[in-house]
Design a protein around this ligand. Structure first.
Ligand code: AMP
Length: 581
C-alpha cells in the first residue's frame, strides 16, 4: 500500500513523533543510526532481506543482506574501537561508491564516531582543508586514493590512523593499516554506542561564498526527519527497490542514499560507474528499480539522448521519481512524463537542513517548475530582502527561510559559531547553538531566493550569494580562487558561475597573469588540470579569461558580483564603489 495521503490530511495535527510511528520506534529503543539501519532491521525479522545491490566497474556485482550489513559494520566498529578511536572522534570515509563506504559509515556510527564522508575525486588540497578543519582522527580509504592522504599527512597532526580497506596490503607504507572487513572473522555482536537525538553523527562539508568550506554537524536525531520524508515523499515501501544516484560525499547520498532507506528496511541499489544514459537505463531495467531519486543535471543529460533510447529498455517497474539539487526546469518534468510515463517530483533542501524541506508531495498537484510546498512540520516563508519580514503577496521574491527546530537540522558549523549564528535572522551573536536551534522566533535563512504563488507553491529564483551550483553540487568561489593563485602563472583570480545548458552553471575564472607568462592553450590546460587535481573535477574552470586587471572596490576587494552580472548579461548595478570608475 502506498504511503501517500493527501497533503492537507498530513498537515492536520502534524507532530514529528509521527516519524517514530512510521519507524515503529519505541521511546526506550536506541537512537543510533548505525544500529537502526542494520541491527534493528534484523531484530525485526528482516535480516535475510537484501539491503544493498551494488555494481562497479567491469561489471563487478555484489549483494548484501541486512544481516551481512550488521555483521560487517560491526567489524568496522570494532576495528576502530580497538585502534583507540573514541566516541565523538571524526572518522573520514574517502573512497569511491564501493560497498565498504556504505558499510563502514554504519560501523563508525555504531561505535559513536562522527562519519565524515568526502567525495573521492577531491584532490589533496580539498582533502587537507576538510581534514584539518574537522581535526579528523582516522581516514578510511582505498589503495586507489591513499596517495592523496600520504601527500598531506605530515600537515595533519591530529590524524592518527590511515586504514586502507581495499587493495593490496603489500603496497602500504609505514603508518598505514590494511583492513578488508570481508576477509576478517565476522564480528557477530557489537555493543553500539548509546547515542541520543543530539549525539553528533555525520559531518558534511559545504561551500560558502567567503572563507573555506564549513563543516555542518548533524546528530543522530536527524534520522526522524530522514525516515519520515523517505516514507512520505520518496514513498518508500517494504517491497521497493530504490536507487539514489547521489554520492555520499554529499548530503543526499547519506540522508537518502544510506540512512532513510535502510532505517526503513528498504533494498537499495548503488552504481559505481561513470554516467551514460544507456548504462543507467540498463541498471534500472536489470534491477527492476521502482523508486529513483536523482538530480536535474542527470535528467537533462538523459534528455539529450532522447526518448527513443528509453524505449529500448524495460522500465515498467519504475513507479516514483524524485529530484533534488538544482532547479528542476519545467521541460524536464514534461519530458520525464513522456519518457517514463511519470513526472520527476522536485524536492528542495540543503546540507544544513539534513532532510527535505520543500517538496512536491506525492498526490499533490504538480506545477512543473515549482519546488512544491513545505513538508508538514516545516514552517517556511520568503523574507523581504531588506527588512527580513515574511512577504505576504504572491509572487514577491525574497529569501527562503525556515523556523528552526526540525529534527534533521544541523547542530552547528564546526568551529565557526559566528557563521552559524549569522544564518539566523534576529539572533544574538552570543547565543548558544542549542538556543538558536530551538528558538521559534528566529528564521534560519537558506541563502536561496524564491517566491510563493497564490496556492502556496514555492518557485526557485536563484542563490542569494556567489556560491556556484554545478550539476547540483555547490562549489565555493573562494576555495577555487585561493587555489588558482597558487599556480605560478596567476597573480589574481575571481571565480563566478557561468550559465550552462546541462549543468546549470559551470566554473569560470577571470585571472591576471604574473610577469613573463603568456596565456596560450598549454597554459590554459595546465591551469585547468592544476585545479582538477588539487581541488576536484567539479571545481575545474571550464573557461579562463585573462584580464589586464580585475575590477575592484576602492578598498581593494575583487568585485565578483560585477563579473557575474557581466557573464549573465545582467544589469551590473551600482558601480560607484569601483576602483578607477
Ligand atoms: P547542498 O547543500 O550542496 O545540498 O546544496 C543546497 C543548495 O542546492 C540549495 O541551497 C539550493 O541552492 C540548491 N538546491 C537544492 N535543491 C534545489 C531545488 N530543488 N531547486 C533549486 N535549487 C536547489
Amino acid at each position: 500500500m502506498s504511503n501517500i495521503g493527501s497533503y492537507d490530511e498530513r498537515l492536520e495535527g502534524f507532530d514529528w513523533n509521527i516519524a517514530r510511528d512510521v519507524l515503529d520506534l519505541r521511546d526506550d529503543e536506541l537512537l543510533n543510526i548505525g544500529h537502526m539501519a542494520s541491527d534493528r532491521i534484523c531484530k525485526r525479522g528482516m535480516g535475510g532481506k537484501t539491503a544493498l545491490i551494488w555494481e562497479g566497474f567491469g561489471d563487478a556485482k555484489k549483494q548484501y543482506t541486512f544481516d551481512e550489513l550488521r555483521v560487517l559494520s560491526n567489524g568496522f566498529a570494532k576495528k576502530l574501537q580497538d585502534a583507540g578511536v573514541k566516541p565523538g572522534d571524526r572518522v573520514c570515509v574517502f573512497m569511491d561508491k564501493i560497498p565498504a563506504l556504505y558499510i563502514s559509515f554504519l560501523g563508525i556510527l555504531k561505535m559513536g564516531g562522527v562519519a565524515q564522508p568526502l567525495f573521492s575525486a577531491f584532490g589533496d588540497d580539498s582533502l587537507e582543508v576538510r581534514l584539518k578543519s574537522a581535526g579528523t582522527k582516522a581516514v578510511l580509504t582505498t589503495q586507489k586514493h591513499v596517495k592523496k592522504v600520504r601527500k598531506i599527512r605530515q600537515n595533519l597532526p591530529e590524524l592518527e590512523h590511515v586504514i586502507v580497506v581495499e587493495g593490496k596490503p603489500e603496497k602500504l607504507k609505514d603508518g598505514e593499516v590494511f583492513f578488508d572487513v570481508e576477509k576478517e572473522s565476522p564480528v557477530q555482536e557489537f555493543e553500539c554506542f548509546v547515542s541520543d537525538e543530539d549525539t553528533p553523527s555525520v559531518l558534511h562539508y559545504t561551500s560558502g561564498t567567503t572563507g573555506q568550506p564549513k563543516g555542518a554537524q548533524h546528530a543522530h536525531g536527524s534520522v526522524l526527519g530522514q525516515a519520515l520524508t523517505a516514507s512520505w515523499v520518496l514513498d518508500l515501501q517494504d517491497e521497493d527497490i530504490y536507487w539514489c544516484t547521489a554520492d555520499p560525499g554529499w548530503v543526499t547520498g547519506t540522508s537518502y542514499g544510506i540512512i532513510g532507506p535502510w532505517v526503513l528496511g528498504v533494498t537499495q541499489c548503488v552504481l559505481d560507474q561513470g554516467f551514460t544514459s544507456a548504462r543507467w537505463y540498463k541498471f534500472i531495467q536489470d534491477n527492476a528499480i521502482t523508486v529513483w531519486y536523482s538530480a536535474p543535471t542527470a535528467i537533462r543529460s538523459l534528455m539529450r539522448d532522447g526518448t527513443k533510447l528509453v524505449k529500448q529498455y524495460d522500465m515498467a517497474a519504475l513507479r516514483h521519481l524524485c529530484s533534488v539539487g538544482e532547479p528542476l526546469n519545467a521541460e524536464a518534468v514534461v519530458w520525464s512524463e513522456e519518457a517514463f510515463g511519470k513526472p520527476f517530483l522536485d524536492t528542495f533542501w540543503q546540507t544544513e537542513t539534513g532532510s527535505m524541506m520543500i517538496t512536491n508531495y506525492p498526490g499533490m498537484k504538480v506545477k512543473p517548475g515549482s519546488m512544491g510546498k513545505p513538508f508538514p512540520g516545516i514552517t517556511a516563508a520568503v523574507l523581504d530582502l531588506k527588512t527580513n519580514e515574511p512577504l505576504t503577496e504572491p509572487g514577491q521574491v525574497g529569501l527562503i527561510a525556515f523556523r528552526p527546530g526540525w529534527p534533521s537540522m544541523f547542530r552547528e558549523y564546526r568551529n565557526q559559531h559566528d557563521v552559524y549564528a549569522s544564518k539566523f535572522v534576529g539572533a544574538a551573536a552570543d547565543a548558544k547553538p542549542e538556543d538558536l536551534r530551538n528558538d521559534q522566533d528566529l528564521w534560519y535563512v537558506s541563502g536561496d531566493r524564491a517566491s510563493i504563488d497564490q496556492d502556496g507553491y514555492y518557485w526557485f529564483v536563484g542563490r542569494d550569494d556567489d556560491v556556484i551550483n554545478t550539476g547540483g553540487h555547490l562549489v565555493g568561489p573562494f576555495e577555487i580562487e585561493s587555489a588558482l593563485i597558487e599556480h605560478e602563472a596567476i597573480a589574481e583570480a575571481a571565480v563566478v558561475g557561468k550559465p550552462d545548458e546541462v549543468n546549470m552553471e559551470v566554473v569560470k575564472a577571470f585571472v591576471t597573469l604574473n610577469e613573463g607568462f603568456v596565456f596560450d592553450d598549454m597554459l590554459e590546460l595546465g591551469v585547468m588540470n592544476f585545479i582538477r587535481k588539487s581541488l576536484s573535477p567539479l571545481a575545474m574552470p571550464q573557461e579562463i579569461e585573462v584580464m589586464e586587471k580585475l575590477p575592484k572596490t576602492r578598498s581593494g576587494k575583487i568585485l565578483r558580483r560585477y563579473l557575474k552580472a557581466l557573464e549573465w548579461g545582467e544589469d551590473v548595478g551600482d558601480l560607484s564603489t569601483l576602483e578607477d570608475d
